[in-house]
Structures are given as C-alpha cells and as structure tokens.
Design a protein around this ligand. Structure first.
Ligand code: B4P
Length: 189
C-alpha cells in the first residue's frame, strides 16, 4: 500500500489535487480538514472544540488530531493507497504518523510539497471564501493561517527531507499540469 502525504500551505491545492489522485489511482483519502468540518457541522464534542481554533486561523491541538487520524486510518486496511491531505501539519504529527505506520510495518512512501507564493495563496483563499462557507474567508484569518503555517507547519518539510521522502512540486499553473507532475512522482514510486 502506498502512503502519500500531500503537503502545502493553506490554499496550495491539496484538496483540489486529492480529487484528481482519487479519480486516477483509486486511493483512499483522509483530509483532516474535511473530517474536522464534518465534526463541526455535527456539533460533536471534537467539532465544538476544533471550531474555536479553526475560526482563529490556528491549528487544532495535536492530541485531538492524532487520535482522530488513528481512528480514521483503521477503517482503511484494504486500500491500494492512502492520501493524507492536510496531515501532518506539525513535526509532532509527522512523528506520530511514522509511529502509526511503523506499527503496520509501513512508512510514508512520498511527501509531495506543493509550492505556492503568498500573493497567489491569498488571492485563491479570498476567491474560495466567497462561496466556501469556511472561516478563512477574510484577509485577517488568512494572514493568521499563513503565519501559523510558517511557524508550525513549514518545519515538517525538513522532517521529510531528512527522511528522504520529500518531492517539491510547483503548485502554480494549470490544475492539469500540476496533476501531471504529481502523477509522475507517484508512478516513479
Ligand atoms: P484544510 O481543509 O486542509 O484546507 P486548506 O489548507 O485551506 O486548503 P487546500 O490546500 O486543500 O486548498 P484547496 O485545494 O481548497 O484546512 C482547514 C483547517 O483545518 C486548518 O486551518 C486547520 O485549522 C484545520 N486542520 C486541518 N488539518 C489539521 C491538522 N493536521 N492539524 C491541525 N489542524 C488542522 O485550494 C484552494 C483554492 O485554490 C480553491 O478554491 C481551488 O479551486 C483553487 N486552486 C487550486 N489549485 C489551483 C491552481 N493550480 N490554480 C488556481 N487556483 C487553484
């Protein structure tokens, strides 16, 4: 089974490209953002707690996310592959994922890092915010998310670089061209 980490700053296209990977490769998909939004919509205790952080442009605490991910992953034992979309977002989450997979005798196959500059990210998120109903639909929250990304999430890149799993892909240009670049990386693994 392949274990794909799809990584990048807010608005880099993780969700968009995950849809393409699912269509072409039939992999299972775990988006921590989607799971959190569903928990929030259903007003579960986790959702109520998570909403406070998401509304403030902050990360949801590692302990909540790691428990949630372990439960979700256990339901995908027969998949050809799993896409981790938006996870890990901290070095502690990356370490927890390595442990979880290690218990299955497995490891991350590749970490795909979508590289997009700040101006483009802000433009995309403001545009998405017009219809998404997400909390990051305004410049203030978007800037907080980008700060959080730079301070807490970007260090995850070095974790995977040192582990020999990092593949950088330019995340600007047509969605199809970016997907072709991602496909080449997946096919090579
Ligand atoms: P997520 O749901 O992961 O979403 P995201 O980072 O905002 O966006 P993504 O990169 O998927 O971009 P998209 O494809 O939509 O996170 C939401 C929140 O959940 C976080 O803030 C955090 O609080 C919480 N959370 C999630 N996981 C967590 C974790 N592990 N730990 C702690 N907290 C966690 O693309 C954006 C827009 O750009 C779209 O409108 C799309 O159409 C457009 N677009 C995409 N590709 C394009 C291209 N090539 N050109 C032009 N536009 C493009």
């Amino acid at each position: 089974m392949k274990y794909l980490v799809l990584f990048g700053p807010p608005g880099s296209g993780k969700g968009t490209q995950s849809e393409n990977i699912i269509k072409k490769y039939g992999y299972a998909h775990i988006s921590t953002g989607d799971v959190l939004r569903a928990e929030t919509a259903n007003q579960t205790p986790l959702g109520v707690e998570a909403k406070k952080f998401m509304d403030a442009g902050q990360l949801v605490p590692d302990s909540l996310i790691i428990d949630m991910l372990a439960k979700t992953m256990d339901s995908y034992t027969d998949a050809k592959g799993i896409i981790f979309d938006g996870f890990p977002r901290t070095v502690a989450q990356a370490q927890a994922l390595k442990e979880m997979l290690g218990k299955r005798g497995a490891d991350v196959t590749v970490m795909i890092n979508l590289q997009v500059d700040n101006d483009e990210l802000i433009k995309r998120l403001l545009e998405r915010g017009k219809t998404s109903g997400r909390s990051d639909d305004n410049l203030e929250t978007i800037k907080k998310r980008l700060d959080t990304y730079n301070s807490q999430t970007a260090p995850v890149i070095d974790f995977y670089k040192e582990d020999g799993k990092l593949e950088n892909i330019k995340g600007v240009g047509s969605i199809d061209d970016i997907f072709n670049a991602i496909s080449k990386v997946i096919d090579a693994k």
